[in-house]
Design a protein around this ligand. Structure first.
Ligand SMILES: [Zn+2]
Length: 446
């Protein structure tokens, strides 16, 4: 058994690993690198796309699937293996992703058709056979809908390996916690937050309630740049709680006035993904299922509005508050959030809530940096804009397990794994997690 990390070994984007086992080439994820990260050209990979026997996809975030179209264009013709929800999410996510590539419309349609033909959804928690005596099992990773970790076993030699994919935080809204992993010889473990501990979910919803109350006091708009897959649905879930949970309503009475504050989902991709989340209630956690049974759809409420057409978006940009607007892109690198910011960032009644990581070089990062300086401004196109809106950053909205949860997940294995190889993390995070695991008696390396 041999593993080559093509991408996402020392970075949090561009995940792509090659497992060579029993003469098979199995690829785990085929992601796009973002920001300053990079993944080598496919022509320089240690395996040609034609020689890959299987492609496993741990989940449908673009940094794990973004290069599938290119892989297919360069000759990959085999099965793509993932969970049922991931198969459903691949289409909308890649269709959106390809808009920014130089692939022609005709090629895009052809490519999406092939991806649909090649991909197969499998159940969690069951073994399935591949060729050459290799079998695999998908476990629930609790990161986004359909996310999985995967265990491979060579039934001949008895060798086994687990790829964690991205692991979710415990108590993530809507989703069940990660399944405990089975024993294995080698664990390839993500380490995004290997050196951090998140704020708990209770304090997070309290902070969201407090900030929304303050932001809406003056009747302005609250802009939330949000990622279409995962974060948007989590936020809708928490707002549904703030608007319907009896205790939270008592704590934040101003959020549920007679004239209910409208919440707009102003992202076509986010709307498509939210519909997928809504329809797949079998994959929700018990809390969400119980709410649904009691008559409260956990990601829907009566003053939630979908903004699909561009015309409706333009109208919303011109309309005055109060309103809460979720729009992409999550790091303000493009998308409808740009029009909202251009029209509204100079207005002191408005507020911008950042709920996710803002990479260096993005407009989101600039706003965070200059929004707190007197006279701070940004440029959108050739428009110089004064940042008069209030800028907030909400922590605790990570879709990744933190250091305590990562080590807790490893410790939940019935036996210590032979070795742990850390990936998907910046050097400081990997080093911190490796030291901590070593201190617990594990054979861990960065
Ligand atoms: Zn992810």
């Amino acid at each position: 058994m041999d593993i080559i990390h093509i991408g996402g070994e020392n970075t949090v984007t561009g995940s792509c690993h090659l497992l060579k086992i029993a003469g098979l080439n199995i690829m785990i994820d085929c992601g796009m690198a973002q920001g300053y990260d990079s993944v080598p050209d496919i022509d320089k990979w240690p395996v040609s796309p034609k020689e890959i026997d299987y492609l496993f996809i741990t989940h449908a975030h673009i940094d794990h699937i973004g290069r599938i179209p290119e892989l297919i264009q360069k000759g990959f013709v085999r099965e793509i293996i993932c969970t049922h929800p991931t198969k459903i999410l691949l289409g909308p996510m890649l269709e959106d992703g390809m808009k920014f590539s130089n692939i022609s419309e005709k090629e895009r349609v052809k490519c999406l058709k092939k991806i649909d033909e090649f991909s197969w959804g499998f159940e969690y928690g069951k073994y399935f056979d591949l060729k050459k005596g290799i079998r695999f099992k998908l476990g629930c990773a609790g990161h986004i809908l359909g996310s999985s970790f995967v265990r491979f076993e060579d039934t001949g030699s008895g060798e086994s390996v687990i790829f964690s994919g991205d692991l979710g935080a415990t108590n993530t809204p809507i989703l069940p916690d990660p399944d405990p992993p089975e024993p294995c010889d080698l664990l390839v473990l993500e380490s995004t937050y290997g050196n951090r501990v998140h704020e708990g979910r209770t304090s997070r919803i309290q902070r969201l309630g407090k900030m929304l109350t303050k932001a809406l006091e003056d009747g302005g708009k609250v802009f939330i740049p949000a990622f279409a897959l995962g974060r948007t649905q989590e936020l809708l879930y928490e707002m549904d709680r703030l608007f319907s949970d009896p205790d939270l309503k008592k704590t934040f009475p101003d959020l549920t006035p007679d004239k209910k504050i409208p919440v707009f989902v102003d992202t076509p991709l986010g709307l498509r993904i939210t519909a997928v989340y809504s329809n797949l209630s079998v994959f929700w956690d018990n809390e969400a299922k119980n709410l649904y049974r009691s008559g409260d759809h956990p990601i829907d409420f009566d003053h939630l509005y979908a903004v699909s057409s561009h015309r409706a978006h333009e109208k919303l940009v011109e309309t005055s508050g109060p309103a809460i607007i979720l729009a992409g892109a999550g790091m303000c690198t493009g998308g409808r959030i740009i029009n909202h910011l251009a029209a509204g960032i100079e207005n002191p009644e408005n507020d911008v809530f950042f709920v996710g990581y803002q990479a260096k070089g993005t407009l989101g990062r600039e706003i965070l940096k200059y929004g707190r300086q007197p006279g701070g401004h940004i440029w959108i196109g050739n428009q110089k804009l004064q940042i008069n809106a209030e800028i907030y950053q909400l922590s605790g909205y990570s879709a990744h397990a933190d250091a305590d949860e990562l080590t807790g997940w490893v410790a939940s294995m019935p036996e210590k794994p032979g070795k742990i190889k850390l990936v998907h993390g910046e050097p400081a995070a990997k080093q911190a997690l490796a030291s901590r695991l070593q201190g617990m008696g594990y054979n861990a390396r960065t």
